[in-house]
Ligand binder design. Structure first.
Ligand code: DC
Length: 234
């Protein structure tokens, strides 16, 4: 099988799963290997959060103001950069997305139904203009792209996920307290899976992959092989 096969037909691959399951990195590399675009939908929720903080709006207590910001956010990815840089209200938000204050507040934004509606619509619009896409988040296979050709659900033990997130932060030159991150991950999982709108669930037709004991390369190889088999009708 050609490991770098380029996809020419429309293809949506969804990767859902909890924080730190490796989705972002895996999705990005899988997209590259398939020669298709990559969409990080968590970045969109983080982008709205960053804009709220920029305007001094507290997402946990000022839902109306946060919604007004989401409506006027004009979120836009620059698809020429890798990964695509995210702009909102003309501001490059990319460097802010993983900052601790944004990470601490993003669940409040993700729990607001009207904001989810705006972002779900925006993601579907992106799916139309980028019909060969690997997209990752919490609701991509269940809500946003229910007809996606291939759906994955990635999981990993909380300690493993905290370790990965800490390494990412350290690589970006930021401080990381692994135990605190682990606690935050467990709390965020709980909030994400119990919220009313677009909760984190494994779609019935998704393939669950536990990445706890797998290297990044092994996960990408595994997913790539499955996508190619599906496309070949195997
Ligand atoms: O994947 P992430 O850590 O960047 O996601 C940030 C937050 O956004 C997290 O609380 C889950 C939420 N999210 C969501 O609710 N739906 C998505 N499609 C993507 C992210």
């Amino acid at each position: 099988m050609n490991l770098n096969s380029t996809i020419t037909d429309d293809l949506i691959v969804t990767l859902d799963g909890p924080a730190g399951s490796g989705k972002s990195t895996v999705a990005r590399q899988l997209a590259k290997r398939l020669g298709v675009d990559f969409l990080d939908t968590g970045a969109m929720y983080r982008g709205i959060t960053a804009l709220c903080l920029h305007h001094g709006v507290d997402p946990t207590t000022q839902a109306d103001e946060a919604l007004a910001i989401a409506r006027e956010s004009k979120l836009d990815f620059d698809w020429q950069t890798d990964p695509p840089a995210l702009y909102g209200q003309g501001i490059n938000l990319t460097g802010r997305l993983r900052d601790a204050d944004v990470t601490g507040q993003v669940s409040a934004i993700a729990a607001l139904g009207p904001i989810r509606e705006i972002l779900v619509n925006a993601q579907r619009v992106i799916g139309k203009s980028h019909p060969r896409l690997v997209t990752e988040g919490r609701d991509q296979g269940s809500v946003v792209f229910p007809d996606a050709q291939v759906k994955f659900y990635l999981v990993a033990r909380p300690q493993v996920r905290a370790h990965r997130r800490a390494e990412q932060l350290r690589e970006a030159g930021k401080e990381a307290d692994e135990q605190l991150i682990c606690q935050q991950i467990i709390e965020r999982d709980h909030k994400d899976s119990t919220r009313k709108d677009g909760p984190l669930i494994c779609p019935d037709d998704a393939l669950t992959v536990d990445t706890s004991e797998m290297s990044l390369e092994q996960v990408v190889d595994h997913l790539h092989q499955i996508v190619m088999q599906r496309l070949a009708g195997v």
